[in-house]
Design a protein. Structure first.
Length: 243
């Protein structure tokens, strides 16, 4: 996305409590003076992430003093209407599969577009300049609302519609999952006396990515069923990073 401008001092992070959004939160806390967080309840099957995210925020405050001072209010918005209009494996009890369109049935049409629109409205009210989101073109399933072009178009539309210069920042856009683990390590190393392992350990122990909402099976890379697309991506990225 576009380069940061001196007016960009405060950020709103789309924060689900997963690996990617936690890494984006660390990025924002490393770069901005004040950071707030936003999550959505859209009746997702893995609704456990809404609870996990609170543990992540608490651990960030407890373990990273410089970041805790910057971390502001947390917001949760009810977006149940998205669950009502979505026939996907993230909002219905159905098996994960590829559709005839070539997209996996984990794709929730319009999800990121709605997320960003509501985030922009909240950012406007809260006086925040930057929206940080963990979308990515490198390790993704072809979701059209994760593409860089989509983010650029949304940045223009929202800035015009709000009559305010908003920046949509995508720290993970061009890196894979192994590089996301490395980014978390590097960001943690700058913020904690005991090095980057502290943030990596926090992500492993407290974040949630599994689409099935499994918090019973503990793996080297964290909790999850180990078989859903999200777990598979996270596990393979961890293996490449550790290698």
């Amino acid at each position: 996305m576009q380069a940061r401008h001196p007016i960009h001092r405060n950020a709103l992070v789309l924060f689900s409590g997963g690996q990617d959004s936690t890494t984006c939160l660390a990025h924002a806390l490393s770069h901005y003076e004040r950071v707030e967080t936003l999550a959505f309840d859209y009746r997702q099957r893995h609704v456990v992430e809404l609870e996990a995210r609170l543990h992540v925020l608490a651990q960030v405050r407890a373990q990273f003093a410089p970041w805790g001072d910057k971390l502001g209010e947390d917001h949760l918005l009810d977006l149940g209407v998205l669950g009502q209009v979505s026939e996907t494996s993230l909002t219905r009890d159905m098996a994960f599969k590829m559709e005839e369109s070539g997209l996996p049935n984990t794709f929730v049409p319009g999800r990121n577009l709605l997320f960003l629109t509501l985030a922009a409205a909240l950012a406007y009210r809260r006086g925040l300049d930057v929206i940080v989101t963990g979308v990515c073109e490198t390790d993704f399933s072809g979701y059209p609302d994760c593409r860089d072009d989509t983010m650029k178009a949304m940045q223009i539309a929202l800035s015009l519609g709000m009559d305010r210069r908003l920046l949509i920042e995508t720290p993970l856009m061009w890196i894979d999952k192994a590089q996301t683990w490395q980014l978390a390590h590097d960001l943690g190393q700058k913020a904690h006396a005991h090095g980057g392992d502290q943030l990596v350990d926090l992500i492993v122990e407290h974040t949630h990515t599994c689409y099935l909402g499994d918090r019973t099976h503990r793996h080297a890379w964290g909790y999850g069923c180990g078989t859903c697309p999200a777990c598979d991506l996270r596990a393979k990225g961890w293996a490449r990073w550790k290698a």
